[in-house]
Design a protein around this ligand. Structure first.
Ligand code: CAA
Length: 288
């Protein structure tokens, strides 16, 4: 795959003692489960691709560990203003790895806080757009919903089929899906396991745009470029404020929004943005 830099291998030369990524020593990874590539005219968009095609990007422990590290690196990289997370044409991700979970015991699952590390995507300080083609099922649907914006290819299918295998969604499905599409629809999806297609997902407000599947990544990258051209500082504040609406009651959310709004007046980018408007020119943001 020409031009693709493997996210985790990039720093490998700097590593003296092997750092373990789940069961895999990071410095010896030859078959990365997560790829990273700079995209966009200014190379300011980080494209993260799940790379476990044969298993339909089932989210095994190693993949999730690599994803977490890739996101941490992208967060620390000043060149990157926004991220796009995608899978393959057939599957964004077909869920948590059922073969890994099949014999998992309750005590181990509880004591080792199974799935608790999956939260990294939802805590990333930079905007993440999910570019979903094909199956986004179970943990795959949950992973997409952890992102800030979802673009869907016209072949996408979203679902929470855990009920069919004797469990329930464990990475936010019962919560984020309900907030996105409402109780009755979320109940129906979670209790029957029946998936919805991309157009239904758009009509119900789960995704913001449906595009031809061959263009999903390019469309998401274009959107990420647009976001990346804004002040990074103000983008981070805006993202934090929107996310607040998911985590707090309205009065607390409104207070946080107001505070962050007031704080923008202490930034150079607010002065530049408003001055540029008055002077009828494009703003030049300094991210400060
Ligand atoms: N875990 C592990 N392996 C998976 C997988 C999963 N979630 N989904 C697919 N695979 C594997 C299959 O076992 C198969 O591997 P082999 O070739 O070694 O047999 C390979 O990927 C291709 O899959 P299929 O042959 O099944 O492909 P298909 O086109 O016939 O069907 C599918 C596609 C409808 C997505 C089907 O694979 C499927 O139903 N997958 C499981 C979906 C699911 O139940 N997801 C929820 C998991 S639980 C969860 O995610 C919990 C949570 O909340 C975090």
């Amino acid at each position: 795959m020409a031009g693709i830099v493997v996210g985790l291998a990039r720093g490998a030369a700097r590593i003296r003692s092997p750092i373990m990524l789940g069961t895999r020593p990071m410095s010896t990874i030859k078959d990365p489960l997560v790829l990273f590539e700079n995209r966009g005219e200014k190379k300011d968009v980080g494209l993260i691709t799940l790379n476990r095609k044969k298993a339909l990007n089932a989210l095994c422990d190693d993949l999730m560990n690599e994803l977490t590290l890739t996101i941490e690196r992208a967060e620390a990289d000043d060149q990157i203003g926004a991220l796009v997370l995608t899978g393959s044409h057939k599957a964004f991700a077909a869920g948590a790895d059922i073969k890994e979970m099949q014999n998992k015991q309750m005590a181990e699952s509880f004591m080792h806080k199974f799935l608790s590390k999956w939260d990294k995507v939802s805590h990333c300080s930079k905007p993440i757009i999910a570019a979903v083609n094909g199956y986004a099922l179970g943990g795959g649907c949950e992973l997409a919903m952890m992102c800030d914006i979802i673009y869907a290819g016209d072949n996408a299918k979203f679902g929470q089929p855990e009920i069919n295998i004797g469990t329930i969604p464990g990475a936010g499905g019962t919560q984020r899906l309900t907030k996105a599409i409402g109780k009755s629809r979320a109940m129906e999806m979670c209790l029957t396991g029946t998936p919805i297609d991309a157009h239904q997902a758009a009509a119900w407000g789960l995704v913001s745009k449906v595009v031809p599947a061959e263009t999903t990544v390019d469309e998401a990258v274009k959107l990420a470029e647009k976001i990346s051209s804004q002040s990074r500082l103000i983008v981070a504040m805006c993202k934090e404020s929107v996310l607040c609406s998911f985590e707090t009651p309205l009065t607390q959310g409104l207070r946080t929004e107001k505070r962050l709004f007031q704080i923008t007046f202490g930034t150079k980018d607010q002065k530049e943005g408003m001055t540029a408007f008055v002077e009828k020119r494009a703003p030049k943001f300094s991210n400060s």
